[in-house]
Design a protein around this ligand. Sequence first.
Ligand code: PXG
Length: 442
Amino acid sequence: MALDRKSAPNDLNAFWMPFTANRQFKKAPRMFVAAKDMHYTTADGRQVLDGTAGLWCCNAGHCRPKITEAIQKQAAELDYAPAFQMGHPIAFELANRIIDIAPAGMEHVFYTNSGSESVETALKIAIAYHRARGEGARTRLIGRERGYHGVNFGGISVGGIVTNRKVFGPLLAGVDHLPHTHQPALNAFTKGQPEHGANLADELERIVALHGAETIAAVIVEPMSGSTGVLLPPKGYLEKLRAITKKHGILLIFDEVITGFGRLGSAFAAQHYGVVPDMMTTAKGLTNGVIPMGAVITSAEVHDAFMAGPEHLIELFHGYTYSGNPIASAAGIATLETYKEEGLFERAAELAPYWQDALHSLRGLPHVIDIRNEGLIGAVELEPIAGEPTKRAFTAFLNAYEKGILIRTTGDIIAMSPPLIISKAEIDELIGKLAEVLKALA
Ligand code: PXG
């Protein structure tokens, strides 16, 4: 009998779900069975407005025909080609198209299958880059408190989310962290970039003085921290990080897994903020979330340092079976074409002021202690229930889902990042329903 995928399975036990309260979920499952444009359809037939672009990835909305067709066609034409010592044209074409929209000076693409893998790849390239140039002592990696760089060992080591680190042992050696930039006492309810906090980048000078610049390979930060609750870079902060890293010969990596592909109204945060790093890690919006794919985008200088020695030798001992997979590459090309044809990055920039006003209209509602926004990203921070952190926001999430809107929560922060195709009426609906949820919260 054919599997009826539209009905909820009656045994949920086998699938150990990621980042999920498994036992609670399995008692009262929330299942999506279809999606189109701005909406999901639930197993019980309700429409849910997608306030989070899936998990910050479906920037063009759901089941977009061009992307669906590209995947179908590619699957029938060239399903897989070996990724090592062999190639296929589509991966090269996609790389060119990524470089077309990347900041000037970013010229090469290394494919991965996820944001986590992009981070591991970039960290490894950073260390190997210095070694290739005769600076093999530069192995230290500097991350930031509250940073999220995926879930693999390098990423959680440079990351700064305590729950993602503390049960996994000693992690990578030789890692240090900048302080995070969240200062609600100074910056609460700021629209866009906060005024206060550029000085926190000077902490990098302290870390450099402590360890010696000649031991530090790279600094990795999210230009805007998404997962940890939408923490925006204070004005001048990223510029300072760039200046200090450059001064000390340290590579700067922007983790653009969330900010890449239009989220802030430019292709990348690097362009939005006018600060160009040496490498950018991406995933998610690269294929509209439809097929797993990530990419590390590097400067010519980083890449070229490897292109020495005998030409028959492999320059970088790194890569994945699915690096540049043909179907993922086809999905990537169709996604970038969809963004371009529909002007979605510009649309995000145009909608940003409307989004900002809608979001800040929630100020004054019960328990709201901060609201933050940039591009088509927004966060509403709630006062935690004493002794029960995360519960208030998670209750809001569950109630929002019942009302027909999908939001995300992290700690007691509600985060939203709708597909860039959202209309003003849908922004009103999303924020209007969220307001009702907040008013009803205990
Ligand atoms: N870097 C950043 C900045 C991310 O946001 C990753 C790396 C890892 O990507 P993968 O593809 O390995 O998951 C991420 C992922 C959320 C949420 O709701 C955020 C992410 C993933 C899932 C949920 O905040 N970010």
